[in-house]
Design a protein around this ligand. Structure first.
Ligand code: FDA
Length: 325
């Protein structure tokens, strides 16, 4: 898709009535509340999927706004446990106040990670734009140093710094490092990030190789065939695969709710057939399930931030055979 088309789709969508944006988003957002997310997960459990749930919303401007996320995530943890769903949670550090007050933001995140730890639940800190890359990594290191090891973050293949960041986390956490690796949704300046498709794919694939060699847990979060195919051959080269205990000499210990050193992750509503195929081959596949009352702001912001998302959504609706939920 050409960039003029992406921009056209975005330009049109943000002028559409809210009900229309809601109708389009229905496929990608579980709903307004926890009950909606639970229902979606119960349905997709039948496809051998496991989950990570995200409460929609990000960067707050006053610390009092963080309370909503603290309360909602703690209720979410209870509901996941109550319904015995195979799910962990994903959180956005800026929603907890990391950019407003670093110490209070950290404390909010620590409480949620500690609560999840009581249920042996993993917490993924989603990676946001470059303003918080270092802070997010530092939070993970600090939590591990306090004995909260049920936490990991996301690295973005497009950032030049990612290679060094893998070394950094390996130095700090060894094989206890637990990554989600993705291309990165934020369009970062060309001084710090790749912008071409090929460069981003090749940097993402190289990061997967480096994480696997480091013994780290590697969650491959992509719907792109060249990335998935590369990951499958890299796993094979390491002797890793479905239902095989992680054979790497330097592997981290197997954690509850995790695959044998790796898993695949995809977004709700995107490339279902590919996910189901991986699941049928025995790979652990996790669906990222966003829900929340801020779905409208989330959808519009994502579209403005990265217009190619708009083109992908339009393509999925106009040419449904290219991308079924
Ligand atoms: P690519 O964009 O090339 O997509 C491949 C194909 O998948 C497209 O042609 C299209 O068919 C389909 N597709 C992909 N995205 C779609 C969409 N939104 N709607 C419709 N179709 C779509 N980023 C980040 O910066 N920080 C983070 O923490 C995360 N977390 C995260 C979790 C999970 C589970 C996933 C899958 C992704 C993320 N991302 C992310 C987003 C990620 O960085 C990236 O922007 C998207 O996954 C799109 O890149 P792909 O590798 O899928 O390739």
């Amino acid at each position: 898709m050409t960039s003029w088309f992406s921009k056209l789709v975005v330009g049109m969508t943000i002028r559409m009535p809210k009900w229309f944006v809601g109708w389009v988003s229905r496929r990608y957002v579980a709903g307004n509340n926890i009950e909606d997310a639970i229902r979606v997960m119960q349905r997709l459990s039948k496809e051998n999927a496991c989950f990570t749930v995200d409460v929609l919303g990000e960067e707050i401007s006053t610390m009092s706004e963080a309370q909503y996320f603290c309360d909602e995530y703690s209720r979410l943890i209870d509901e996941i446990i109550k319904h015995e769903i195979d799910s962990n949670i994903s959180i956005k550090p800026t929603a907890f106040g990391l950019l407003v007050d670093r110490e209070k933001g950290y404390e909010n995140i620590r409480k949620i990670v500690a609560m999840a730890a009581q249920h042996e639940m993993f917490v993924r800190l989603d990676m946001e734009d470059h303003r918080v890359t270092q802070d997010t990594i530092d939070v993970v290191v600090q939590l591990h140093s306090e004995g909260l090891t049920n936490v990991g973050t996301v690295y973005q293949g497009r950032l030049f710094r990612t290679f060094d960041d893998i070394d950094y986390l390996e130095g700090k956490l060894g094989p206890a490092a637990d990554y989600r690796i993705c291309k990165g949704i934020y369009l970062e300046p060309s001084s710090i990030a790749h912008s071409g498709y090929r460069e981003i794919v090749s940097a993402t694939n190289a990061s997967i190789d480096k994480m696997l060699s480091a013994g780290a847990y590697c969650a491959i979060a992509s719907h792109d065939k060249p990335v998935i195919d590369h990951a499958l051959s890299a796993l094979k080269a390491h002797g890793m695969g479905p239902k095989t205990p992680d054979p790497r000499n330097n592997a981290g210990s197997q954690r509850n709710g995790k695959g044998p050193g790796y898993e695949f992750q995809m977004l709700l509503g995107v490339r279902g057939p590919m996910r189901r195929k991986l699941a049928a081959q025995g790979h652990r596949t996790r669906v990222y399930v966003p829900y929340g009352k801020q779905w409208y702001e989330y959808s519009i912001r994502r579209l403005k931030e990265n217009p190619t998302v708009g083109a992908q959504v339009a393509k999925a609706f106009l040419l449904p055979w290219t991308n079924r939920p």
